[in-house]
Design a protein around this ligand. Structure first.
Ligand code: FUL
Length: 480
């Protein structure tokens, strides 16, 4: 097995527009700072932290859909208590192709289904519990929602993700630590073995006590090893070590969002206790500044995912049909997630028929059209990836004549790390340069909304960075 903290690869820096003489030191996934390192040394080391291949692929998805579906859909609750009768689960007209078709057409690349929520009811016929679809009237007890979902996703070019709640309010072994861990790994194994390629496993953080107040200690190491063994390309989210919960459920990313963070995923925190030592959790406003690097011993590539529901609740409730988020709200969420170095995980819960409701489907279609138009016409002419060094930290790009734009898109090549700490964007109108935007981090993607502008050139200047900056060709777009 790869040594967790010492997997350092010295890779030649990739081709860039500017000369590229030096080699850069890369650390894949995580690193430990050398003992006694000064802040400057830590900053330099941090610049070389790069994502695992699976994290890099995940980041490119940008739009992921969440599908909360289960007994709560039929009880009207958000958290079931595990005593629900499986016969409640009775979608009258379930059609996973309808879900996948709508999501794919709206530009989503991955969809995550709640295979099991906190109530413990399994949407597949798990062999280790009777609390499953097999005990429901759905398809005469022969149904398997996970199977139908996975197959439909593949028919519509969507990657497949599954939510398997660690907290289980039905399992009698919950809280009996070794027994429940075995039970949970058995369920995970079923999901990772019987449904083809899985791209994301979502390990929710909510949990309460088991019967008689017993507290469950999860075996994150065994969970992670099971996923690595059975689905090496899948990312593990939230309690997993590949993808981080942004810290709220409102669709709000951070202005300053580091993918190289001092927040240790549960698996590694169990070993280092770094989060307690630093006094941080997922909600902390600062997870990666120099001040945090100074205090930390370890750094993790742990990019942010922004989860939010298209409705007030995570599960479908018909009384919320008139509270579906407006297109304006979804645009705002897009800029605050995809536009702030995060991935958007938008929940669209199927209704009691087992279909995406008309209201949600209409809104998703509008949103998808808006996203497509926004990204369709880059008004920069020419230009390519550049490596910006300290001595020459800016680059200029020509703008297509007679272009009107109000969004600037910046991207670092994160396969070479996340380094920008402060930047400025200026436009040139033929006579003078004017600043139109500025910010702190860029990372995988930064979208900056600016007043509607015209220009013959734009200039991006890096005011502070942790090393040479690998900037991809920027974008200028017009958002309706
Ligand atoms: C939370 C859960 O408790 C909610 O029910 C929902 O699944 C959300 C995405 O995560 O922690």
């Amino acid at each position: 097995m790869k040594n967790l903290f010492a997997f350092t690869a010295a890779l030649a820096c990739a081709a860039s527009a500017l000369s590229c003489g030096n080699e850069e030191q890369y650390h894949v996934g995580r690193l430990a700072f050398p003992e006694g390192a000064t802040l400057d040394e830590k900053v330099e080391t941090a610049a070389g932290l790069v994502p695992e291949e699976r994290q890099l692929e995940w980041q490119k998805n940008e739009l992921t859909a969440f599908l909360h579906f289960g007994v709560n859909t039929f009880t009207g609750r958000e958290w079931g208590d595990g005593t629900e009768d499986p016969s409640l689960f009775m979608p009258t007209d379930m059609d996973c192709d309808q879900w996948a078709e709508i999501l794919s057409a709206a530009g989503f690349k991955l969809a995550i289904l709640t295979a099991k929520h906190h109530d413990g009811f399994c949407l597949w016929p798990s062999a280790v519990t009777e609390h499953t679809v097999a005990a429901s009237p759905f398809r005469d007890g022969k149904g398997d929602v996970v199977k139908e979902f996975a197959e439909a996703c593949r028919r519509h070019d969507l990657k497949v993700g599954l939510y398997l709640s660690p907290w289980d309010r039905n399992a009698s072994c919950y809280g009996d630590t070794p027994r429940y861990n075995e039970f949970y790994i058995a369920q995970l194994t079923e999901l990772l073995t019987n449904y083809g390629k899985i791209d994301e496993i979502w390990l929710d953080g909510a949990n309460g006590e088991g019967p008689d107040g017993r507290k469950q200690e999860y075996d994150w190491k065994a969970i992670s090893e099971t996923v690595r063994r059975l689905q090496p390309d899948a990312v593990l989210a939230v309690k997993g070590e590949d993808v981080r919960w942004v810290g709220n459920e409102d669709g709000l990313g951070r202005e300053t969002e580091w993918s190289a963070t001092v927040l240790a995923p549960a698996l590694f925190n169990d070993v280092t206790g770094q989060n307690e030592a630093l006094g941080i959790a997922e909600k902390a406003p600062d997870l990666g500044s120099r001040a945090m690097l100074e205090k930390a011993d370890n750094l993790y590539w742990y990019p942010s995912e922004v989860d939010v529901s298209i409705r007030p609740g995570w599960f479908y409730h018909d009384y919320e049909d008139s509270s579906v988020k407006s297109l304006e709200q979804l645009k705002e969420i897009y800029f605050r997630s995809v536009g702030m170095n995060s991935s958007l995980l938008l929940n669209v819960p199927p209704d009691r028929r087992g279909r995406i409701s008309a209201a949600d489907s209409a809104r998703l279609t509008e949103f998808g059209v808006w996203v497509r138009i926004l990204n369709s016409d880059n008004m920069i002419s020419g230009g390519k990836e550049v490596r910006l060094r300290k001595e020459r930290p800016s680059c200029e790009y020509h703008v297509r004549p007679e272009s009107r734009f109000n969004v600037v898109m910046l991207q670092e090549d994160i396969s070479k790390g996340q380094r920008v700490e402060s930047f400025t964007v200026e436009t040139f109108d033929g006579k003078e340069w004017s600043e139109v935007a500025s910010g702190t981090t860029i990372g995988y993607k930064r979208l900056l909304r600016i007043p509607e502008s015209e220009a013959s050139m734009i200039r991006v200047t890096i005011n502070a960075a942790r090393g040479d900056v690998h900037l991809l060709r920027p974008g200028l777009y017009f958002a309706e």
